[in-house]
Design a protein around this ligand. Structure first.
Ligand code: NAD
Ligand code: UDP
Ligand code: UDP
Length: 321
C-alpha cells in the first residue's frame, strides 16, 4: 500500500525488548510512525510505557511465528529471546521464532517492498576458531547442542534473508550483533552484565561460570542502535552481514572485578559449572562497519557500566514509578 505520509512506517518486531525499545525511542525521535510487534516472551510493556500515549506509536501483541499483514516501509526484525537461559527454556519455540518469524517477515517485506533488517548475532560464529571474528568466517557451531536452537535458528534466518534477496529481490540488511548491554535489560535476564550488576548491588555472590577466563566484547546499547540504524540507511546494494560490536575484549573475571569496583560492593566471586558449548572467546572485527557505515563505538566499558549500574540501582531501589 502506498505511503501517503512523509513519515516512514517502521515495524519493530521484538520492540518491547531491551534493544527494540531503544530502537523505538530513536525512530519516534526521528519523526517516524512506529509499530511494535511483540508477544512479551521476554520483553515487557514497561520498556515502552513512555511511548504508549504517542499518536505515532502503536503496540500489537503478536507472535511472529504467525503471519502478519500490515503496511510498512521498513522492518527491523528483532523478535527472539537473546539470553541463553530464556532461549533454552523453550528451544523449539526459539527455532520457530527465528525461522518461521523470518519467513513471515520476509513474505511481508516481499509483498510491501519494505526494506528489512535482521538482528543476527555473533553466535553464528559459534565457539570461534578465528579471532577476532570477521564476517567472512563461516563459524564453528555444534548443530545438536543446547545453544543450537538459537545459533542455528539465526543462521537459517540469515540463509532465508539471502535467498529472498537472490530469488525475490527483497531489500535485506543483516547485522551481526555482539554482546550488548545497558539500561532496560531485565534484572532476571540471565546475561552476564545484568547478572553481575544485580548481584553486586545486592551484595550477593557473583556467579562466574567456569574459570572466568572466557572472553566477551561488550557494546553499550546506544552505540549498537546507532550502528543498526546506519546499516538500515545504506543503499539497496548493501546487504551485510556486518559485525556491530565493541572490540574491547575482557575476560568474564575482569568484568566481575570491574563491576565490584564500580558498585563498591562487598560481593565475593563464586565459581559455577561452565554451560555446554559456551564460547571461549569473542571479539568483533569491525573493519567493515567502519568503512561501510562510518561507525565505531564511542562508549568505553567503564562509562557504559556506570550508566547501567545507575539504571539498576534505581530499579532495584524502587525509584521508578
Ligand atoms: P530481548 O529478549 O530483550 O528482546 C527480544 C524481544 O523479542 C522480547 O521483547 C520478546 O518478548 C520478543 N519475542 C520473542 N519471541 C517472540 C515471538 N515469537 N514473537 C514476537 N516477539 C517475540 O533481547 P534483546 O537483547 O533486545 O535482543 C533483540 C534481538 O537482538 C534478538 O533478535 C537477539 O537475538 C539479537 N541480539 C542481541 C544481542 C544482545 O547482546 N543484546 C546480541 C546478539 C543478537
Ligand atoms: N506473509 C505474511 N505477511 C505478508 C505476506 C506474507 O505474514 O504480508 C507470510 C505468508 O503467510 C507466508 C510467508 O509470509 O507464509 C512467506 O511469504 P511468501 O510470499 O514468500 O510465500 P508464499 O505465500 O508464496 O508461501
Ligand atoms: N556468565 C557468567 N555468569 C553469569 C552469566 C554468564 O560467568 O551469571 C558467562 C557465560 O558463561 C558466558 C559469558 O558470561 O561465558 C557471557 O554470557 P551471556 O549469557 O551474557 O552471553 P553469551 O554467552 O550468549 O555471549
Amino acid at each position: 500500500m502506498q505511503n501517503y505520509s512523509i513519515r516512514k512506517r517502521v515495524l519493530i518486531t521484538g520492540g518491547a525488548g531491551f534493544l527494540g525499545s531503544h530502537l523505538a525511542d530513536r525512530m519516534i525521535a526521528a519523526g517516524h510512525d512506529v509499530l511494535v510487534v511483540d508477544n512479551f516472551y521476554t520483553g515487557t510493556k514497561d520498556n515502552i510505557r513512555h511511548l504508549l500515549g504517542n499518536p505515532h506509536f502503536e503496540l500489537m501483541r503478536h507472535d511472529v511465528t504467525f503471519p502478519l499483514y500490515v503496511e510498512v516501509d521498513e522492518i527491523y526484525n528483532l523478535a527472539c529471546p537473546a539470553s541463553p537461559v530464556h532461549y533454552q527454556f523453550d528451544p523449539v519455540q526459539t527455532t520457530k521464532t527465528s525461522v518461521h518469524g523470518a519467513i513471515n517477515l520476509l513474505g511481508l517485506a516481499k509483498r510491501t517492498k519494505a526494506k528489512i533488517l535482521q538482528a543476527s548475532t555473533s553466535e553464528v560464529y559459534g565457539d570461534p576458531e578465528v579471532h577476532p571474528q570477521v564476517e567472512t568466517y563461516w563459524g564453528h557451531v555444534n548443530c545438536i547442542g543446547i545453544r543450537a536452537c538459537y545459533d542455528e535458528g539465526k543462521r537459517c534466518a540469515e540463509t532465508l534473508f539471502f535467498d529472498y534477496w537472490r530469488q525475490h529481490k527483497v531489500k535485506i540488511k543483516v547485522i551481526r550483533i555482539f554482546n550488548t548491554y545497558g539500561p532496560r535489560m531485565h534484572p532476571n535476564d540471565g546475561r552476564v552484565v545484568s547478572n553481575f550488576i544485580v548481584q553486586a548491588l545486592r551484595n550477593e555472590d557473583i556467579t562466574l561460570y567456569g574459570d572466568g577466563n572466557q572472553t566477551r566484547s561488550f557494546c553499550y546499547v546506544d552505540d549498537l542502535i546507532e550502528g543498526m540504524i546506519r546499516l538500515m540507511n545504506t543503499g539497496d546494494d548493501v546487504t551485510g552481514p556486518v559485525n556491530v560490536g565493541n572490540p574491547g575484549e575482557f575476560t568474564i573475571r575482569e568484568l566481575a572485578e570491574k563491576v565490584i569496583e564500580l558498585t563498591g560492593s562487598s560481593s565475593k566471586l563464586v565459581f559455577k559449572p561452565l554451560p555446554q558449548d559456551d564460547p571461549r572467546q569473542r571479539k568483533p572485527d569491525i573493519t567493515l562497519a567502519k568503512s561501510l557505515l562510518g561507525w565505531q563505538p564511542t562508549i568505553a566499558l567503564e562509562a557504559g557500566l556506570k550508566k547501567t549500574i545507575a539504571y539498576f540501582d534505581d530499579l532495584l531501589s524502587g525509584r521508578f514509578g
